[in-house]
Design a protein around this ligand. Sequence first.
Ligand SMILES: *[C@@H]1O[C@H](CO)[C@@H](O)[C@H](O)[C@H]1NC(C)=O
Ligand SMILES: *[C@@H]1O[C@H](CO)[C@@H](O)[C@H](O)[C@H]1NC(C)=O
Ligand SMILES: *[C@@H]1O[C@H](CO)[C@@H](O)[C@H](O)[C@H]1NC(C)=O
Ligand SMILES: *[C@@H]1O[C@H](CO)[C@@H](O)[C@H](O)[C@H]1NC(C)=O
Ligand SMILES: *[C@@H]1O[C@H](CO)[C@@H](O)[C@H](O)[C@H]1NC(C)=O
Ligand SMILES: *[C@@H]1O[C@H](CO)[C@@H](O)[C@H](O)[C@H]1NC(C)=O
Length: 281
Amino acid sequence: MSTHSSTVLLVFFVCLFVLCVCDFQVSKSVKEKVSLPCGYNFSIEELEILRIYWQKDNEMVLSFISGEREVWPKYKNRTLLDITDNFRLMILPLFLSDRGLYTCVVQKKEKGSYVLKHLTSVALFVRADFLVPNIIQLEEPSADIKRIMCLTSGGFPKPRLTWLEDGKELSGINTTISQDPETELYTVSSKLDFNMTHNHSIVCHIAYGDSQVSKNFTWEKPPEAPPDRNHFVTIIIISTLVVLSAIFIAHRCFTRRKKASRRGNNGIYLGPAEASTGQNV
Ligand SMILES: *[C@@H]1O[C@H](CO)[C@@H](O)[C@H](O)[C@H]1NC(C)=O
Ligand SMILES: *[C@@H]1O[C@H](CO)[C@@H](O)[C@H](O)[C@H]1NC(C)=O
Ligand SMILES: *[C@@H]1O[C@H](CO)[C@@H](O)[C@H](O)[C@H]1NC(C)=O
Ligand SMILES: *[C@@H]1O[C@H](CO)[C@@H](O)[C@H](O)[C@H]1NC(C)=O
Ligand SMILES: *[C@@H]1O[C@H](CO)[C@@H](O)[C@H](O)[C@H]1NC(C)=O
Ligand SMILES: *[C@@H]1O[C@H](CO)[C@@H](O)[C@H](O)[C@H]1NC(C)=O
């Protein structure tokens, strides 16, 4: 694709975003409370001649007609219409299926018929938070190579998993994303191989919607055992050699001195005569 067409495409998407058909955008997590503004200013006298409709993607959520409130089954017991705040709609707790485009329609009776007075749309994005990923160590595929796996689940919308080291992206193996058809929640996993002969500080990062979750994994190169043993053996050999040479040298010196002293003794041998002479003095 040429740079030109990419630019055109980018401009198109930017426009699409800016010219969003909604007036507001709200992003929330499952089980949280959301508050969607309608923003229609009214006077107390008007209340009797107003019809308020909150709809989602063309299905009914709630209506407020001539002071009578009605809530549709999917929203029973978890919706509130805050009349004092210009018909703000509150939903608690949020379900994943609540995501969509909400519209507040205000009609007013004028000269016998209802006319549209106000329209507000709010895009609601609901996300489910992924658990903090688990990193497990798998069987080593070959000598020097370590294999780990990053796994997390229970999230929405569709995640993107990346492995990072020093801010650089590493390529994972068999990165898989699956979705539970019932709950719509995603599970994601990926494997990574790395060389065990270096230290590593690896991050498994998962981005979804406008949220993210990550887990660090550090690998410390194990102390080198074989060179240590060699070192020990060398020390023993050198010590043995030193001791042996010392014994040998000592032995040589001793035998020499023995001979020398024997010779010396001969030279200064006084003889029994002299000794006896001394004794006689
Ligand atoms: C509603 O009233 C508020 C305060 O009086 C004002 O600021 C706002 O512009 C009004 N909104 C509409 C839609 O008339
Ligand atoms: C709403 O609550 C009432 C009373 O607590 C209960 O009878 C009803 O079944 C609930 N409706 C729904 C849709 O959960
Ligand atoms: C990746 O997936 C393929 C096909 O399912 C499988 O043959 C291969 O063993 C997997 N690789 C790893 C590292 O799990
Ligand atoms: C691991 O790193 C060491 C040191 O850089 C290198 O000698 C070795 O070939 C590497 N092993 C693999 C399987 O890449
Ligand atoms: C995880 O690693 C990243 C990058 O190395 C670092 O910025 C972050 O503080 C680490 N987080 C934890 C909890 O250690
Ligand atoms: C690897 O990490 C350990 C522990 O933090 C450290 O003692 C060692 O010096 C590191 N090795 C290298 C080559 O950075």
